[in-house]
Design a protein around this ligand. Structure first.
Ligand code: FE2
Ligand code: FE2
Length: 299
């Protein structure tokens, strides 16, 4: 059991709750980052692979709940499950949008379903083996959550993506802000149930390698299958220049973040800008609409 958990939680006064957001896809162009055929596919990659991964994570955290007896951490885990489930369903709207526009997304979805169900999913184990597999998954997800928080922060900070279709920009910034908001939850659940530095290292390396592989395969597929006449003529060059122009985060994040994540005294609350995330959630059109719907239904 981690020794830092109770101290962390005494200091962690911010409550995590899911916001019941909705998004309207009408009028969203296929290249919703104007003139950026490859950068748009980076965002499509996220929209397509996240739902399965987030559901698998929410399920693993729900499985961990009976082992967590710290009330504050339990609250955080419950808030996390709600937020990730909402993220998963919000991104699914993109699937319909892409299919309507002739993007053959089924192979990507099937690969992710296989990955989430058969590779990182619950395997029907019992007893000690069940708990060991749960700890392993929490280690993997804690590392993945570090990457999503870093990329979420990038979405909030990047001015170069502000010409994106406003609804899509709000979708990724709302999601990015909640990733920053709940950045410590899986890490703390992992520390609470296990906290082994060896496992943290092994699972982080595995998580980075898995995400790089998934990213490369999916991006290649999406770029090749872009039905727009304005698709990229030189995709690799376009990818490099889009990164340089600040339209997408650099893929090197999976490597450069590793030494930080593997510092023995690392804690996710030391990184990111929670104030900026909360500020964005206060002005996000989707989050504000969700809030006013909740206020109406309770009054
Ligand atoms: Fe998420
Ligand atoms: Fe997350």
């Amino acid at each position: 059991m981690g020794t830092t958990t109770s101290r962390r939680y005494a200091n962690e006064a911010y409550a995590i709750t899911a916001r019941n957001v909705t998004f309207d896809w009408s009028g969203v162009p296929l290249h919703y980052l104007p003139g950026e055929p490859v950068a748009t596919q980076f965002f499509n990659f996220m929209h397509l692979v996240l739902p399965e991964g987030e559901r698998a994570m929410a399920a693993a955290l729900a499985e961990a709940l009976p082992y967590i007896h710290d009330e504050r951490l339990r609250e955080e885990v419950q808030g996390f499950i709600g937020q990730e489930s909402m993220h998963a369903s919000s991104h699914e709207g993109v699937r319909e949008h892409l299919e309507r526009n002739g993007v053959p997304i089924q192979p990507v979805i099937e690969r992710m379903q296989y990955f989430a169900d058969r590779v990182i999913g619950e395997r029907g184990l019992t007893g000690r083996a069940k708990k060991q597999w749960l700890k392993e998954r929490l280690g993997l997800y804690a590392a993945m959550e570090h990457f999503t928080a870093v990329i979420g922060q990038w979405f909030l900070d990047s001015e170069e993506i502000e010409d994106m279709h406003p609804m899509m920009l709000d979708l990724i910034r709302w999601h990015g802000a909640e990733e920053v908001e709940h950045r410590n939850v899986v890490f703390d659940a992992f520390q609470y149930l296990d906290g082994s530095y060896t496992r943290r290292t092994r699972t982080a390396l595995l998580a980075a390698a898995t995400l790089i592989g998934l990213y490369a395969v999916t991006m290649r597929y999406l770029v090749r299958n872009d039905p727009e006449p304005e698709k990229a003529k030189h995709p690799i060059l376009n990818y490099i220049t889009a990164t340089r122009r600040g339209k997408i985060p650099s893929f090197t994040v999976f490597i450069t973040e590793m030494p930080k994540y593997l510092r023995p005294n690392f804690h996710p609350s030391d990184m990111g800008d929670l104030d900026a995330a909360i500020r964005y959630l206060a002005i996000s059109p989707a989050a504000r609409a969700a809030e006013s719907t909740e206020t109406e239904s309770t009054s």
